[in-house]
Structures are given as C-alpha cells and as structure tokens.
Design a protein around this ligand. Structure first.
Ligand SMILES: *[C@@H]1O[C@H](CO)[C@@H](O)[C@H](O)[C@H]1NC(C)=O
Ligand SMILES: *[C@@H]1O[C@H](CO)[C@@H](O)[C@H](O)[C@H]1NC(C)=O
Ligand SMILES: *[C@@H]1O[C@H](CO)[C@@H](O)[C@H](O)[C@H]1NC(C)=O
Ligand SMILES: *[C@@H]1O[C@H](CO)[C@@H](O)[C@H](O)[C@H]1NC(C)=O
Length: 219
C-alpha cells in the first residue's frame, strides 16, 4: 500500500509534466503554423481607383478656359481582405503616366506608410500636379469625342502581421489604365482595380496570345 502511494506520488508530477509538455508542443506547433501562414500568405491588398478627374479635359464647363489646369484629382482605395492578418504598408509611390504605356511620366505622389487592420479599407484622396502632359493633343482628342488614357502605377512594400509575427517585406507593384472623356472623368463608372503584371495594350493582345500559345499561332 505504501509502495503504491509512493508510485502514485511519483507518477503524479510526471503526469503533470507530461501534460505540460503536451501543451507546450501544441503551443509551439500553433506558433509555427501562424508563422508559416504569415510568411506564405499570397493574398495582396487590393488597390483600386475610385475616382480620377482631369479638370483640363472637362470641356463641358471649361470650354473657354485659356489656362490649363495642371492638376489631377484621384481617389484611391486600399483594402485588406484578410480576416486574420493585418498589413503594414511602406511609403507608397504613385506614378502617373500619359498614355497607356509607362513611357511618359507626368506626375509623382507618395502616400505615407500606414498600418491596416484585418478586413479594413483605406481611402487616399488627393491632387497631383502634372508636368509635360501634351494638353493640346489631349484636349483635341476629347473635344473630338475620343478618349485619353492615363496610367497609374503603384509601388510599395508590405508586411503581414498575425498576432505578434511579422512576415518579411513583400513588393507590391500594381497598375491600371484610366480612360478619360470630355467630362474630365473616367469613362468606366465602376472602380478600376490595379493589377500586377504588364497589361498588354489592345492591339498587342493577339501577339501576347500568340506567344503564349505558339502552336495555335503557327496555324
Ligand atoms: C469665352 O471667352 C470670351 C472672351 O473672354 C467671352 O467673350 C465668351 O463669352 C466666353 N465664352 C464662354 C462660353 O464662356
Ligand atoms: C479632331 O477633329 C479635327 C477635325 O475633324 C481634326 O482636324 C483633328 O485632327 C482631330 N483631332 C484629333 C486629336 O483627333
Ligand atoms: C519609392 O520611391 C523612393 C524614392 O524614389 C524609393 O527610394 C523607393 O525605393 C520607392 N519604393 C518602391 C517600393 O519602389
Ligand atoms: C463621359 O464619361 C462619363 C462617366 O462615365 C459619362 O457619364 C459621360 O456620358 C461620358 N461622356 C461622353 C460624351 O461619352
């Protein structure tokens, strides 16, 4: 009996230790899973242009303006769609271009870095001063009923955070083209999503397809 008691006394702390070890192992595994999730997360914040206004191209109530307004008004939305992970943005570089290709930069703007919680959205609305826009051609084009295209490129680095784990900095580089008509506003009513990768202009899409499917192109 006394021997059994001694055994029990021995077994008891060992059992506690065993339970403790199990808890620690579960805890460590949980931390590792969070760490892996944070670092392998491929979902990027979504960026879109809600508004884009070029007053110089508004020929509806500006038809007599002798001086060109060099400013572009923009309204950008940055959304974190993740419900477990928050995002830390570095300084965001915005580059505005005239035309669909990034060949004629006309304006730069930086948005201060910020922190964005889970499932949160942020809006940045401001004005950028442009330089070197061929306004004469642009005004001519919209006056004739055609549209003028601008391009916006966004570049920053983001870090993802879950609990107290931070991922490494990841590049976020997205862009979009915006079509403007004689109202000075974007033709597309809906917000324009900025996407990564080079968007092939319409006339070269066929070529891009031919490159992607050389077999078909040969026919
Ligand atoms: C345009 O400007 C001229 C000279 O300043 C003026 O006579 C004319 O009424 C203006 N037209 C409009 C539509 O504002
Ligand atoms: C606009 O139309 C006028 C007259 O038809 C033409 O001379 C001019 O080149 C056109 N401008 C553009 C940008 O298409
Ligand atoms: C943003 O612009 C600054 C200044 O030109 C540059 O140092 C930085 O590397 C740029 N950031 C990104 C993500 O391109
Ligand atoms: C220009 O675009 C705006 C916004 O989409 C639209 O309301 C307007 O009708 C367009 N104007 C012309 C002349 O197409």
């Amino acid at each position: 009996m006394s021997q059994l008691d001694r055994m029990r006394a021995m077994a008891h702390p060992i059992f506690i230790l065993y339970k403790l070890c199990c808890l620690i192992v579960v805890f460590i595994i949980t931390l590792l899973i969070i760490l892996i999730v944070v670092n392998t997360n491929t979902v990027r914040p979504s960026c879109s242009i809600k508004n884009f206004y070029v007053p110089a191209l508004n020929r509806l109530d500006n038809s007599n303006a002798s001086t060109i307004n060099n400013f572009i008004f923009f309204d950008l939305e940055l959304k974190n769609r993740l419900d477990q992970i928050s995002v830390r943005y570095d300084t965001i570089n915005l580059t505005f271009f005239y035309g669909p290709k990034p060949s004629l930069p006309i304006g730069y703007y930086t948005v201060r870095g910020f922190y964005q919680g889970k499932k949160k959205g942020a809006q940045r609305r401001d004005v950028v001063e442009t330089h070197g826009v061929p306004w004469f051609d642009a005004v001519n084009a919209v006056s004739n009923g055609s549209t003028v295209v601008f391009r916006l490129e966004l570049a920053t680095k983001v870090k993802f955070k879950e609990w107290f784990f931070m991922s490494k900095k990841r590049n976020l580089a997205v862009s979009a083209t915006v079509e403007i008509n004689n109202s000075g506003k974007k033709v597309q009513k809906k917000a324009i999503k900025l996407t990564s990768g080079i968007q092939a202009p319409a006339q070269t899409q066929a070529q891009a397809q031919a490159q992607a499917h050389p077999g078909k192109a040969a026919i």
